[in-house]
Design a protein around this ligand. Structure first.
Ligand code: A2P
Length: 258
């Protein structure tokens, strides 16, 4: 049996000329934990061309959703960006990844820090009631260059709170903090700077981030991950994984996708 399945595209949404998302059918046997990624892609010249994509949709959904950049000369995304309803994509049978609730030690607040499409795994995690059951507050910090790249902003603020399954918990515990670096917006600046200067915690009214109280998940560009790691380690936080839970976890599979 092949380790790949063919799935059909059900919808496509273009957020900007460099960012889009799409939903597909889901193999009933495809199981994943919220926060994980799968290998997905297209058959090119009879061979699968695959990249790691975090699943945006929660594991209780019957369909799958993915968020992608568009790179004009990128081997995969130059093709993927032209997907239309009814097209086939290939999806790996196995999901994996480090951004799991179980990889973190207990804490008071959970910070989800993502840049660009690094938001994707957190979209799945904030629709999981367990995320909220484990923490007093869940702080979703999404950093982008421009406001139109703040994908899912309207869903997070308007649709999700009304969801009958997780809406009440989300309304009570989720603090959504979008920030933009290259144009005016109510929250401005790089996530790293907002954390270092304590602007983030003062804006949301929580105490300084500490190893004692707080846990974090990171997903984004390698430079962002490196800088955030330094900040968190500097606070005495230790990285966790599936063998030893820690104070923060990082998605390493998130490469510069092209
Ligand atoms: P900036 O506009 O200052 O580069 P990209 O689209 O390049 O992946 O960036 C997404 C967001 O991540 C942008 O707001 C960008 O800010 C920010 N960013 C890029 N590198 C870092 C970093 N090393 N630390 C924190 N934020 C970063």
């Amino acid at each position: 049996m092949s380790n790949l399945t063919q799935q059909q595209v059900l919808s496509v949404h273009h957020w900007t000329d460099t960012l889009f998302s799409f939903t597909t059918t889901r193999d009933p046997a495809f199981r994943f934990e919220n926060g994980q990624f799968a290998m997905i892609g297209l058959e090119v010249d009879g061979k699968p061309l695959l990249r790691a994509y975090s699943v945006v949709s929660p594991n209780h959904d019957e369909t799958l959703e993915f968020l992608s950049i568009k790179v004009q000369n990128g081997p995969l995304t130059s093709r993927l960006q032209h997907l239309t309803v009814g097209d086939s994509i290939v999806v790996g049978r196995k999901a994996t990844g480090t951004l799991l609730l179980a990889n973190l030690t207990p804490g008071r607040n959970l910070y989800l820090f993502g840049t660009g499409t690094g938001l994707a795994p957190f979209m799945s995690l904030i629709r999981d009631p367990e995320t909220f059951e484990r923490y007093e507050h869940v702080v979703l910090v999404h950093g982008c260059r421009q406001t139109d790249e703040l994908a899912y902003k309207q869903q997070i603020t308007e649709e999700f709170p009304a969801n009958e399954y997780f809406g009440e918990l989300l309304s009570e515990k989720l603090i959504y903090y979008p920030t933009v670096t290259r144009e005016p917006f109510r929250n401005r600046g790089r996530i790293t700077d907002l954390v270092r200067a304590s602007t983030l915690v003062s804006d949301i009214g929580l105490p300084e981030i500490s190893a004692e109280n707080d846990r974090a998940m990171l997903c984004g560009s390698p430079a962002f991950i490196a800088d955030m790691r330094e900040i968190l380690e500097g606070l005495g936080m230790r990285e966790g994984n599936s063998s030893i839970p820690g104070d923060y976890v990082v998605e390493k599979a998130f490469a510069e996708r092209a």
